[in-house]
Write a protein that binds this ligand. Structure first.
Ligand SMILES: Cc1cc2nc3c(=O)[nH]c(=O)nc-3n(C[C@H](O)[C@H](O)[C@H](O)COP(=O)(O)OP(=O)(O)OC[C@H]3O[C@@H](n4cnc5c(N)ncnc54)[C@H](O)[C@@H]3O)c2cc1C
Length: 457
């Protein structure tokens, strides 16, 4: 077997792995980097534009974010926005559509108004719209047969709202890393990392037909990360609950992203309507949220990996029991099960979509076949709670594992910045602060993730 070495080995060629490869190649003095990806292309799974909602989450329209959280989320998203707009400068990768938070009914209208007062300073381009204002921007949201819909509505509108093709962004980050001066950056596709073993001065990992020695390893393998961690006895306090998300297409009825007020108990439940960078003549509605026993949708072989990292025991059972006892959550689970059924699914989904576009008809909806991803939600077993945000295992001993449910794509560069700091301090390397600041207008020195404790499905 061929043997090779590198300083840092990154496992996973999605937006998380790509972001870290870019930061290490461009802003540290680490010389030899290697990224391995088991599929035959980068961004084949959750980071692909078909498999997520393409939203750059900045915290203004996500009602599960408090003002304090929104400040952090805005800064994290700022890195992604700066890279896509200024470094890549490719308008097929990022587009400004604008975004809306829609409130329907008296209670939600009050929530929207209150949020406007609280958030307008942090988001100076935010505006509050009444039904007429909404009708001018999004007639299909406000009007039915030319007249205002029956229920009271109000919305927050921010023209500064972006859709990002996180797959294209990944490709660009990796290409930029490979072009970095004086660096060796290897990218191995169709190469599965297996049998991670701690050895003197680092790790040995089977990467296809090579035995790779790395001084440091970062596992950014999406839903597979926890499985790899547990094979090395890390993260045994965690269990993974894979929540798949699918979408429906409708003809183009929206010009911007339209989100709705979320149920506080289910910060992840509400579907939204979005323009799609890859299907400009359509509006995409979703995602649904269905728990399935696989780590990749439509890949039954990953069921075994799920079983291993589900790590079922009394604590997991207790968390699931507590969740299902709650009527809102129980109903939500069954509703989402229905959304994916033939014939009934479309009709059931229509009810949810009509909150956004009240005149929608069943024949307008078409299940978006093949558009689906997995959000690896984590269960903290000892504390018996479902974690909503991303998970990271970094014990300062040469290996990091990243678990990245939504909105992991928005915060991938921010999360990679945290890993870059940890790697630099553990390996004794230098971070080029000035170079980072001149591109991103933020400091490279961040030691803890700002977004890990917030998230949604
Ligand atoms: C329905 C849905 C909607 C979403 N919407 C949004 C949104 O609007 N905005 C947002 O910010 N986020 C969103 N997200 C979340 C976002 O898509 C993910 O957080 C992000 O893509 C995760 O990126 P990643 O690189 O960590 O993982 P992935 O993209 O899953 O990449 C992991 C890679 O690791 C590879 N891999 C796994 N095991 C191995 C191995 N042993 N060896 C080599 N390679 C391996 C996989 O093949 C894969 O390519 C959404 C997710 C879903 C499912």
């Amino acid at each position: 077997m061929e043997r090779s070495t590198c300083d840092v080995l990154i496992i996973g060629g999605g937006i998380s792995g790509g972001s870290l490869l870019y930061l290490l190649a461009n802003y540290t003095d680490i010389e030899h980097l290697c990224l391995v990806e088991k599929c035959d292309s980068l961004d084949a799974l959750n980071s692909n534009a078909h498999n997520n909602s393409q939203t750059l989450h900045e915290g203004d329209i996500e009602t599960n974010y408090s003002l304090e959280k929104a400040k952090h989320v805005q800064a994290a998203a700022g890195l992604t926005k700066t890279y896509a707009l200024d470094v890549a400068g490719d308008d097929s990768m990022i587009r400004r559509y604008g975004k809306m938070l829609l409130g329907v009914g008296d209670e939600e209208v009050a929530t929207v108004r209150k949020r406007f007062e609280e958030f307008k300073e942090l988001f100076p381009t935010l505006e509050l719209l009444d039904a007429d204002g909404i009708g001018q921007l999004e007639p299909h949201v406000a009007l039915v047969d030319g007249s205002l819909r029956d229920e009271p509505i109000a919305a927050l509108h921010n023209p500064e709202g972006y859709a990002v093709d996180y797959g294209k962004l990944t490709d660009h980050l990796v290409k930029t890393a490979q072009e970095a001066d004086g660096k060796t950056v290897e990218v191995l596709l169709s190469t599965t990392a297996k049998k991670l073993k701690r050895v003197d001065d680092g790790f040995e990992v089977r990467c296809g037909d090579r035995l790779m020695h790395a001084r440091f390893v970062v596992v950014s393998a999406g839903a597979h990360s926890l499985l790899l961690a547990q094979k090395m006895d890390y993260g045994t306090n965690l269990s993974v609950m894979p929540v798949t998300g699918s979408f429906y297409f409708a003809p183009k009825v929206l010009d911007r992203k339209v989100y709705t007020v979320q149920n506080d108990k289910l910060p992840f439940a509400a579907i939204h309507g979005d323009p799609d960078l890859t299907a400009p003549d359509k509006t995409r509605f979703g995602p649904t949220a269905l728990v399935l026993p696989v780590l990749e949708r439509h890949n039954a072989k990953t069921a075994w990996g799920f079983l291993e990292s589900f790590n079922f025991d009394n604590d997991v059972a207790a968390v699931l029991y507590e969740l299902m006892k709650d009527k809102d959550i129980h109903d939500f689970v069954y509703r989402n099960l229905g959304y994916e059924m033939p014939y009934y699914g479309k009709r059931s989904f229509l009810k949810a979509a009509r909150k956004i576009v009240p005149s929608m008809q069943v024949e307008d909806l078409e299940f978006a076949k093949g558009y689906t991803g997995i959000r690896p939600q984590l269960i903290e077993k000892k504390e018996r709670r479902l974690m909503m945000g991303a998970g990271k295992i970094d014990e300062g001993d040469g290996i990091i594992f990243n678990m990245t449910p939504s909105p992991g794509a928005t915060s991938a560069l921010d999360n990679a910045r945290v890993d870059m700091n940890s790697i630099a301090s553990q390996l004794g390397c230098t971070i080029r602060e000035d170079a980072f600041k001149s591109v991103f207008n933020q400091s490279a020195q961040v030691t803890s993730s700002t977004t890990s404790d917030v998230g949604h499905m």
